[in-house]
Design a protein around this ligand. Structure first.
Ligand code: HEC
Length: 676
């Protein structure tokens, strides 16, 4: 096989690497060559989308501005890719050097040419379908991490897998959970300093939360940090957990405890701190989980960890003694904000509980917290103590209570975004009336929801009990700047750009672009399925693209009943738009038509004699046989069928036009095409 082409002149050797093989030899040119330096400088490389939240700060802001408020209305669909699923799509794709890596349902990983939408490879980790029973909130996956030539992804059954970014081949996989227990992975791994960090979910079923780091090279476990204490009689894994145990009562470890790290993380390379968000209590009802009360650290908290050993550096608990499934696993954004005349390094979060938090990310000190949605369960967050002040009259131990937000959250995993130019955070906000009643007949059931509340109370709710909006929030002044009402809740995550744009997909199956400063609608298109994932943007050869996975699903879609029926429920699809100015010129097509050597002859013959029935480029969208498959299946017999036809079927005898050698050329051409 050719490795390259060298032209030798008297004093000079010029080599052109032109096969994929030669590319692979050069570590700089290999697929997925993302390292810490590239991740740290992600803002200087807006053509790619290198990390889950675009950069380590998870801002989901792109500095690209070729697409802007002035021309976004010209966007047109460029390509669609079929992830072959009818269930929820939540992934944020990663784009590295022209290749897009995304995940679909059942943890299947897809690599796609980001310019054309052509599939490159697909890896199916073969998740046993029985595991779907352990997934509280659909068989979804929120995406991969790409690092040093590899693609890392979690699987629903708890594995962390490392794939070769170029070929999609499995390099290693490790089981990160006890398969006997009720853990699942739906979140995207994060990478830094040669480590892959992954958490898991399962607190509805009764598990103990943790987050782990693995060596990116070998898959060896480097550390594991639990978020809630186990049985004190067995000792503590860390001083932080020993302190936490004082905030629990009863035999919580027998129930699991909860606090799973199922989604958001962020990393600050300067402070060298890894931030993880922890989930709800297990079971939800605190009187069952920790009779006699207590804050139940570190439920519903932001934890700052040392990425080298997982040691806890600080914590901030958003909902002490969680009673409502108020997770703090929601998206966290790092930014520099000027607050009170001072430049502050902040971490921002809008967790399920309805308050928008701005903390000093060096030490976890609360800077401010205000309600960004209707909040009934607490009156406010006390700035002295940093604690929410609960509404005692709305406790549901004895009676049914209507509460907002609910366990779907005023904001859930759908990522928000921060635009440093407008200074605003764009939050996919849900307004969903919650009804809580302690299940009087509760008893623990192995392997099923163990939350302690009565779900029957929701059966009365229809569409009038739910709505959603896109909210533009000023994190410095802690006030709403604009909002766009949306009929349904559970709309998609957001993307913002230097072109003064915000993109969001909706439950009713649209992708919309707004002016980032005013919220004015600039462009709307239809996606066929409700969008819950967040869009991304990237650029190749000066063309700026916008992509999103459309696929209605997730927790709300599964359980909402009549309240969710307005959603668009088409099949899942990965869609990409660009402005048509940037559509390839005829010259681009010409270069694709001219191929080398033997294939060109077969290609020409095929298009002269066969394509009008069997489809251009070897692919027919009709139900006629796909000749790429036929040629594989029939082998030698392909020539006979082609020459003599198939009586009574409509396949004519082609020997009047082509001979056996020419059919063989056609076969060679068909063999050169991607397998069907
Ligand atoms: C007028 C339309 C038409 C043209 C032109 C045509 N075919 Fe077909 N071909 C058919 C139809 C219809 C069938 C399906 C027969 C059946 O029902 O199984 C078929 C079937 C075949 C099959 C069998 C496929 C299988 O999987 O069983 C082969 C091989 C094939 N065609 C080769 C060719 C080649 C090579 C050419 C060009 C040199 C060609 N055909 C041109 C209509 C056409």
């Amino acid at each position: 096989m050719f490795r390259g082409l060298c032209l030798v002149f008297t004093t000079l050797i010029v080599c052109a690497a032109w096969t994929p093989g030669a590319k692979a030899k050069d570590p700089e040119a290999r697929a997925g060559a993302v390292d810490d330096a590239r991740l740290r400088a992600a803002d200087a490389e807006p053509g790619s989308w290198l990390a889950h939240g675009r950069n380590w700060a998870e801002q989901r802001h792109s500095t690209l501005d070729a697409l802007n408020a002035g021309n976004v209305a010209q966007l047109e669909l460029r390509w669609r890719y079929d992830p072959e699923t009818e269930r929820g799509l939540e992934a944020t794709p990663i784009v590295v050097d022209g290749v897009m890596y995304a995940t679909g349902t059942w943890s299947v990983v897809h690599a796609v040419d980001a310019r054309s939408g052509q599939g490159i490879w697909r890896y199916d980790p073969q998740v046993p379908r029985a595991v779907g029973q352990k997934a509280c909130c659909d068989v979804v996956n929120r995406g991969v991490a790409v690092y040093r030539g590899r693609v890392y992804s979690g699987t629903l059954d708890g594995r962390l897998i490392a794939l070769d970014a170029g070929s999609g081949e499995l390099i290693w996989e490790v089981q990160t959970v006890d398969p006997e227990l009720y853990y699942t992975i739906t979140g995207a791994p994060r990478v830094m300093k040669g480590r892959v960090v992954i958490g898991n979910g399962g607190a509805e079923y009764g598990v103990r939360g943790y987050v782990s780091a693995y060596d990116a090279e070998t898959g060896k476990q480097l550390w594991r940090t639990y978020t809630v204490p186990a049985n004190p009689a067995d000792g503590f894994e860390s001083p932080a957990l020993e302190r936490a145990a004082r905030t629990w009562n009863g035999s919580w470890w027998e129930l699991g405890g909860g606090g799973t790290v199922w989604d958001a993380m962020a990393y600050d390379p300067e402070l060298d701190l890894l931030y993880v968000g922890t989930g709800n209590g297990s079971p939800w009802v605190r009187a069952l989980r920790s009779p006699g009360g207590g804050d139940n650290l570190y439920l519903s908290s932001i934890l700052a960890l040392d990425p080298d050993d997982g040691r806890q550096v600080w914590h901030y608990q958003t909902t002490p003694g969680d009673n409502w499934d108020f997770t703090a696993t929601q998206h966290m954004i790092l930014a520099e904000l000027e607050i009170g005349g001072q430049q502050r390094k902040v971490i921002m979060q809008a967790p399920k509980n309805g308050f928008f938090y701005v903390l000093d990310r060096r030490n976890g000190e609360l800077i401010s917290a205000e309600a960004f949605a209707d909040v009934l369960w607490a009156t406010h967050v006390d700035s002295e103590t940093g604690r929410p002040v609960e509404r005692e009259d709305l406790l549901f131990e004895e009676s049914l209570q209507f509460i907002k937000p609910t366990f779907f959250g005023a904001h859930n995993w759908q990522p928000m975004s921060f635009n440093p130019k407008t200074g605003l955070v764009y939050i996919p906000t849900h307004e969903i009336l919650g009804a809580y009643r302690r299940d009087p007949g509760y008893r623990r059931v192995e392997g099923e929801f163990n939350v302690g509340t009565d779900f029957n109370v929701f059966s009365a709710f229809g569409p009038e009990a739910v709505s959603g909006h896109l909210l533009a929030w000023d994190p410095v002044r802690q006030v709403e700047v604009w909002r766009v009402p949306l009929g349904l809740p559970w709309n998609g995550g957001t993307l913002t750009t230097a072109g003064n744009l915000v993109f969001q997909g909706t439950a009713d199956g649209r992708l919309v672009a707004y002016r980032a400063d005013t919220g004015q609608t600039l462009w709307v298109t239809h996606t066929g399925s409700g969008v819950i994932a967040a869009p991304i943007t990237y650029a190749i050869d000066g063309v700026q693209y916008v992509s999103v996975m459309a696929g209605w699903g997730g927790a709300f879609a599964l359980v909402a009943g009549p309240a969710g029926l307005g959603a668009a429920r088409g099949p899942g699809v990965l869609l990409t738009w660009a402005i048509p100015d940037a559509v390839p010129t005829p010259a681009d097509f010409e270069s694709q038509i001219t191929r080398e050597g033997g294939v060109a002859k077969g290609e020409k013959l095929y298009h002269t004699w066969c394509a009008r029935c069997h489809g251009s480029a070897g692919v027919s969208s009709s139900r006629l046989p796909d000749l790429r498959a036929s040629q594989q299946r029939l082998g030698e017999a392909f020539i006979q069928v082609s020459l003599h036809g198939l009586a009574d079927t409509g396949m004519p005898a082609m020997k009047r036009y082509v001979d056996a050698d020419e059919v063989a050329e056609i076969q060679r051409y068909l063999a050169s095409l991607p397998a069907p």
